[in-house]
Design a protein around this ligand. Sequence first.
Ligand code: FMN
Length: 108
Amino acid sequence: MLLRLAYVSRLNSDMTEERIAEMIEAAASANASHDVTGVIALEGLRVCQVIEGDGADIDRLFDNIRADPRHAEVIELDRAEVSTRRYPEWSMVRLPMVDMVLHAYAVL
Ligand SMILES: Cc1cc2nc3c(=O)[nH]c(=O)nc-3n(C[C@H](O)[C@H](O)[C@H](O)COP(=O)(O)O)c2cc1C
């Protein structure tokens, strides 16, 4: 079962651009090994991420993400069983927030 999950959160203020870049790089490489794909947008302290993959993998990953002290106030926005991936080519990529919204409405 293919699951797509979207959430928002608030980044901890000690997260520098350098630490953010490291975090996304590590996420992309871990995701690639679990066949997880998705996108992340960060603007100020606001985070929005979409992850998609096998249901069990996404549940496990989201448990980890929820517990991660690098951000807080994690709010699940959407969890949907889907038949195809929206981001098959990205194990994790950072997008501008507006592009994330356009993707969500399938405009991009
Ligand atoms: C905003 C944010 C997004 C994250 N996205 C991912 C992700 O897409 N994939 C991933 O493997 N870890 C991601 N992480 C890191 C996980 O929270 C966690 O550190 C990682 O799964 C390693 O877990 P481990 O302790 O089992 O090695 C993210 C963390 C944060 C704060």
